[in-house]
Ligand binder design. Structure first.
Ligand code: RUB
Length: 317
């Protein structure tokens, strides 16, 4: 079995994730579960062994797209572990059902998380945002549904400017938005009642892996006494960190930072473009999940409850 048995939808979704047409940890996880369902539904494997081998190849292709968000392997593991049966038809049905179940759970976890995160917000609060996170947006949506008025300060988030997505979606929720460049965050933190950010991975010690610039923002927020809240459903908890593994930080193309023209003008320099950074737990006030809100240092107890001590356990209760 090889690439020729990978369904075209899987290849397309993998390319869209690598190119960031599909982005954000929860959206990536949703898309990879959908991709495995397409692979299973469209397979013409003659034997159960061939079917399973194709599904594993598809999962490998999806896993190789972006390394940092743990929601991606958590999504693949969830579906693969539910793919069982004696015949190709049984395997197909269980894989499709597993993917459906995963996507439904993701949706409902985000809704539950949103209503918990919204409790932190009071009518008239100003919130400062970095990047774009659907878990964060769920908190703001729930606060708006509770009738709370919210003002937003949105960091542009170089180099990919995901702040524009956040600004647009906040406007759709009736939130007034002030857009700032990343370097202006320190100046505007004094106007903010909270900082809300998402997470790509949360480690066993309560460190938060998120869009580059989160750490700098959190350190400055702490200095200004502005609470920093991480909205991260349990899908973002990284079980491998329970046994000491570290999270790989994705390094992206220099072309996201510097145009060819600018590079030619400047001359021979090195450009580094890490997509994520790690914020230590001491700078984070709370991690809001669908299971409640936690001080970052206590997240390890939730991880043990969900995964046991074994790094190989799937994302599930
Ligand atoms: C997105 C990012 C988001 C998290 C959480 O990075 O860092 O804060 O993925 O998002 P990128 P969500 O744009 O490079 O994918 O809450 O939607 O899972």
């Amino acid at each position: 079995m090889g690439d020729h048995d990978i369904h075209p939808s899987v290849t397309e979704i993998a390319e869209d994730i690598a190119e960031m047409e599909i982005r954000g940890a929860a959206t990536i996880a949703d898309a990879t579960a959908r991709a495995l369902a397409e692979q299973a539904a469209g397979s013409d494997a003659a034997t159960p062994e061939a079917f399973e081998s194709e599904l594993r190849d598809a999962a490998r292709r999806l896993l190789d797209t972006r390394p940092t968000a743990v929601s991606l392997p958590n999504s693949l593991r969830y579906v693969l572990q539910r793919t069982e049966g004696e015949t190709v038809e049984e395997l197909r049905e269980s894989a499709v059902a597993g993917a459906r179940e995963f996507r439904d759970r993701l949706d409902s976890a985000q809704t539950d998380l949103g209503s918990i995160g919204a409790n932190r917000l009071r009518d008239g609060d100003t919130v400062l945002f970095h990047c774009h996170s659907t878990d964060v947006m769920a908190c703001i949506r729930a606060a708006r549904e509770q009738g709370k008025s919210i003002d937003a300060i949105v960091k542009e988030t170089r180099p990919r400017r995901q702040g524009h997505i956040t600004a647009k979606q906040l406007r759709e929720l009736g939130v007034s938005v002030t857009l700032i460049v990343d370097g202006a965050a320190g100046r505007y933190l004094g106007d903010a009642d909270h900082v809300f950010v998402g997470a790509d991975s949360v480690t066993a010690d309560g460190s938060v892996v998120n869009k580059i610039g989160t750490r700098q923002l959190a350190v400055t927020a702490r200095e200004r006494d502005t609470p920093i809240v991480v909205a991260a459903q349990t899908l973002k908890l990284d079980p491998t960190t329970l046994t000491g593994q570290t999270v790989e930080i994705e390094m992206r193309e220099e072309s996201e930072v510097l145009s060819e023209g600018d590079r030619a003008e400047i001359g021979d320099i090195t450009v580094e473009n890490p997509a994520f950074d790690v914020t230590p737990p001491r700078y984070v006030d709370a991690i809001v999940t669908e299971r409640g809100q936690f001080p970052p240092e206590s997240i390890v107890f939730l991880m043990r409850e969900l995964f046991g001590e074994q790094a190989s356990q799937p994302w599930e209760e």
